[in-house]
Design a protein around this ligand. Structure first.
Ligand code: COA
Length: 158
């Protein structure tokens, strides 16, 4: 298994895999295209004998250059729990540090228990402000991604 930066040509594969693995939001193809074309250094592909088995799409904030964000991370369902997510995350974190970022942020659905355990294991803390909405036992920022879409906001200082 290797973890490498994404190439522009990877975007169709990422799009197809996200549909096959079908357990998180599926973006329009153009979004995957933007990431692989313009944010290559913070996008990673996990590969086994030429087959994509995971991806992480992230970027450095334009508004807050000391912040790097994870947009999506997904691993092939049959291979979860084998350290693939951890490896992609550590390469992302190393790149964020190299760029001079001081923290990594991301958000998740409160019901996504596996993902929430993963971010906790990667050293993230919740940052939900003074009046969090508690959903599924998780402190969320109310209406974070739209009306009724309360989200767990995660921050890791690096
Ligand atoms: C979240 C996700 C990317 C994690 O990838 P992964 O390769 O399975 O994770 P790893 O094997 O590297 O796990 C790293 C650590 O996270 C924690 N963890 C990950 N999945 C977990 C689970 N299901 N239950 C409990 N802890 C878990 C563990 O502490 C683990 O450390 P350990 O192996 O030393 O115990 C994967 O579960 C996934 O693709 N989920 C569906 C997509 C998704 O929800 N993405 C996040 C929102 S965009």
């Amino acid at each position: 298994m290797l973890v490498r930066n994404a190439f522009p040509a990877d975007f169709v594969d990422i799009s197809d895999k996200s549909k096959d693995w079908a357990d998180i939001v599926i973006e329009r193809e153009s979004i995957y295209h933007i990431f692989t074309e313009h944010f290559r250094s913070t996008c990673f592909i996990a590969e086994d004998r030429g087959e994509m088995i995971g991806y992480l799409l992230g970027f450095r904030s334009g508004s807050r250059p000391d912040e790097a964000l994870i947009h999506l991370i997904q691993v092939a369902p049959r291979l979860r729990g084998n350290g693939i997510g951890r490896r992609m995350f550590s390469q992302f974190q190393a790149e964020a540090k190299k760029m001079g970022c001081k923290r990594i942020t991301t958000h998740s659905r409160p019901e996504n228990n596996n993902c929430n355990r993963f971010y906790k294991a990667m050293g993230f803390e919740t940052a939900s402000g003074e009046n969090p909405v508690i959903v599924n036992g998780m402190p969320c920022v109310k209406d974070y991604t739209g009306p009724g879409k309360h989200r767990v906001v995660w921050v890791k200082n690096i």
